[in-house]
Ligand binder design. Structure first.
Ligand code: FHN
Length: 454
């Protein structure tokens, strides 16, 4: 009897495994260009840094953490035991995934990258690998990754997640803070934890696997913490393959491997490191890079919620940064740091609204647009799409004449938001002159649409 039931069980397991493999094989594996297409066209995404650090706000008594408030555990010298009280207080009852996604969508953002687990190690999903997660270590007991991924799907926004390789809560993955994390903060790159490979195989990969298997299509896996000496390029290449085997069409950033360490990826040979796009941070390259890249940036000076940091970039500056990045062939991943209640800061909401008003009117010159073949003009930037050149004017000419590159052959010029009014143009040997209104039609960036002559 026992033999028969064991045989039945074996057959059942075999069929289930086979069916699963069949299911996996049903996903059509896209070519690299097909896989990257949605991302290249999107241009603009929302980064969200949210975790137990969002309760702390970067402050401990009289001390304020330098830099990002998401580094509170390290910068404010919490021991692991001291820090563990914060997940126990994490109960963001004002969290509303649908509202977050709506704010991103109305800002003109096409994808969202949420920190599933930052360096603090606290997981925002129902992890079966660890109990240091929102379901077991906090009173909130809601699967944030599930709620946000479902809200994204409902509203047509691509859901992506960030995952930190370094994990200050895990004794095998504290990077250069090992082995004295709790006692003193030392940072010696030659110090590696011999048990890190065990964390990589038995904790990190299974957690990444959970996120890829249980929350639908994942647009991008955004790794971070790649800099620790414990993490090797062999692991990076293995992890990239692991991800693509589970979801073949997911895009992975260059921090999955060690590509950032070689002069920030500028001097790497093609194929030397795994990863689908470069990740300049808090900066925009001077010129375009002839490979895929995404600049990530904060609105103030902190990724995590930091009420003491009032160094907010203006909406106009953020719009100009979006244009500058797109004119150089990149994507813009702009960060929000929600507070411990689950609210976006009002300063962030105001900027998202302003960017949404601008992208609603001028999105044609951004989404799916490419880098300009012309060097950047003094007054702004060019983008191009489908035989049309878009002149994004940051500094409106007081003379009433906009000067374009002399090689531009104009068929028709209009203000993008006023398509019925054709502008007069004159080609000279030195430049192309365009008669424009004395006052800039848009207080931030006005776009002149130039249909090019064949
Ligand atoms: O240390 C992190 C930091 O907290 C933040 O997450 C940024 C965002 O890209 N990445 C690391 C710093 O490079």
């Amino acid at each position: 009897m026992l033999k028969k039931s064991l045989l039945v069980l074996f057959v059942a397991i075999f069929c289930l495994g086979n069916a699963n493999a069949q299911k996996k094989s049903k996903v059509k594996k896209l070519s690299d260009d097909e896989r990257m297409e949605w991302w290249r066209d999107s241009k603009f995404g929302m980064f969200i840094h949210w975790g137990a650090y969002s309760i702390i706000g970067g402050e401990r008594g009289t001390k304020i953490a330098g830099g990002g408030a998401e580094w509170a555990m390290d910068k404010l010298d919490y021991t692991i035991e001291e820090y563990e009280k914060y997940p126990k207080m994490f109960n963001p009852e004002l969290f509303d995934a649908d509202a977050w996604v709506t704010m991103a969508k109305e800002a003109g953002m096409k994808y969202i990258v949420l920190t599933s687990k930052h360096h603090e190690g606290f997981a925002l999903w129902d992890s079966k690998v660890s109990k240091y997660d929102v379901m077991d270590a906090s009173p909130f007991k809601r699967d944030i990754i599930k709620e946000l991924s479902e809200a994204c799907k409902k509203q047509g926004i691509v859901f992506c997640f960030y995952y930190s390789i370094v994990d200050w809560h895990h004794p095998q993955a504290q990077g250069n803070l090992y082995p004295n994390y709790n006692i003193s903060q030392h940072d010696d790159p030659s110090v590696v934890n011999p048990e890190f490979p065990e964390y990589y195989e038995n904790y990190m990969k299974p957690q990444v696997g959970e996120l890829l298997k249980n929350y639908g299509d994942i647009g991008v896996v955004w790794f971070d913490g790649d800099w620790i000496s414990d993490y090797t390029t062999e692991m990076g290449k293995d992890l990239y393959k692991y991800i693509r085997d589970i979801q073949p069409n997911t895009i992975v950033n260059n921090r999955v491997d060690k590509g950032r360490t070689g002069m920030d990826g500028m001097n790497n040979k093609p194929g030397q490191f795994a990863g689908d796009f470069g990740t300049p941070e808090q900066e925009i390259p001077d010129t375009g890079i002839d490979s895929d890249w995404e600049a990530c940036m904060t609105m103030n000076g902190s990724w995590g919620y930091k009420p003491s940091d009032n160094n907010w970039k203006s909406s106009e500056d953020l719009i100009e940064k979006l244009v500058d990045i797109v004119s150089k062939g990149g994507n813009f991943l702009l960060n929000i740091g929600p507070d411990g209640f689950g609210r976006f800061p009002s300063e962030s909401i105001r900027r998202l609204k302003a960017m949404g008003e601008w992208t609603k009117k001028n999105g044609e010159a951004i989404y799916g647009a490419s880098a300009s073949p012309y060097e950047k003009p003094k007054w702004g930037r060019y983008t191009t799409k489908d035989g049309v050149l878009y002149a994004h004017v940051f500094n409106w000419p007081t003379s009433g004449t906009l000067k374009l590159h002399k090689d531009i052959k104009v068929k028709k010029a209009t203000i993008l938001t006023d398509p019925k009014t054709e502008l007069t143009t004159l080609a000279t040997s030195r430049e192309v002159l365009v008669d424009v209104p004395m006052l800039a039609p848009d207080a931030t960036v006005t776009v002149v649409k130039i249909e090019l002559a064949k």
